[in-house]
Write a protein that binds this ligand. Structure first.
Ligand code: UDP
Length: 236
């Protein structure tokens, strides 16, 4: 495998899949995530995961509901813990060992994030899920992904999305948009390509941490990406 330790960023919104019930979690998506993750686990890859909370709550939605923005951000962070717990349970059902570590203390459900302990879990082959973002409002789970990847000395941030990479324009609106297979951070910045929010992007750029944007819904793609095959857009 090209990458030994990876940080996989999964969006909360994708977890919703076709779920129409109040859980906002589609069991088929969970199942598919587990299959993909198991595929790379079996190859000995050390796996850290950040999962978003957009299927449940985003801080940006708060004000329209008469909720204070900061309060809303904390609600969003708690949403990521709910998704993290769901993913943890599903991964364990598939025979994988996991730890959920949160940026906000909640001892009854998960460990607090302690960098050295997170690294130790990874070395022992446990899949570490980082919940509750970085524990501060006004940040996103993309920023959490970049920061935790740097802190845990991961080799790459893998951003699993529903598109197969970064395009010259939005491929859903412009059918003749072209996909980049590779980009430098500078090019991505100059072309204002929407890869991650600026905080997340800058953290990766300044720390020379490559990002790969790829389609997480396509079977076998995660394994291809971790193996260094061209299956998305590499920003480095
Ligand atoms: N959030 C936050 N600080 C963090 C991480 C997340 O305040 O460090 C909040 C923020 O309100 C965000 C929400 O949690 O909208 C859910 O995360 P995100 O929108 O990144 O999830 P995704 O879009 O990946 O599903």
């Amino acid at each position: 495998m090209k990458y030994k330790r990876i940080l996989l960023k999964l969006s909360g919104e994708a977890l919703q899949g076709s779920s129409k019930n109040t859980t906002n979690i589609d069991p088929a998506v969970l199942e598919q995530y587990c299959d993909e993750i198991k595929g790379i686990k079996e190859k000995g890859v050390e796996i850290a995961i950040v999962i978003g909370g957009g299927n449940i709550f985003r801080g940006g939605q708060a004000e329209a509901l008469g909720i204070d923005r900061v309060q809303g951000d904390y609600m969003g962070m708690l949403a990521t813990v709910i998704n993290g717990m769901a993913l943890q349970s599903a991964l364990e059902r598939h025979g994988m060992y996991t730890r959920l570590m949160a940026g906000i203390k909640m001892e009854q459900v998960c460990e607090p994030f302690i960098r050295r302990r997170a690294i130790r879990h990874l070395e022992k082959g446990r899949i570490v899920i980082f919940g509750a973002g970085i524990g501060n409002p006004y940040f996103t789970t993309d920023s959490t992904a970049s920061l935790r990847a740097i802190e845990t000395q991961s080799n790459v941030v893998l951003k699993g999305t529903r598109v197969d990479g970064v395009y010259t324009a939005d491929p859903e609106k412009f059918p003749d948009a072209k996909r980049y297979s590779k980009l430098s951070f500078q090019e991505a910045y100059e072309k204002n390509l929407n890869i991650m929010d600026m905080t997340a992007f800058t953290l990766c750029m300044e720390n020379k941490l490559p990002i790969i944007v790829f389609d997480m819904n396509k079977r076998g793609n995660l394994l291809r990406v971790v193996n260094g095959e061209e299956a998305g857009t590499l920003i480095s």
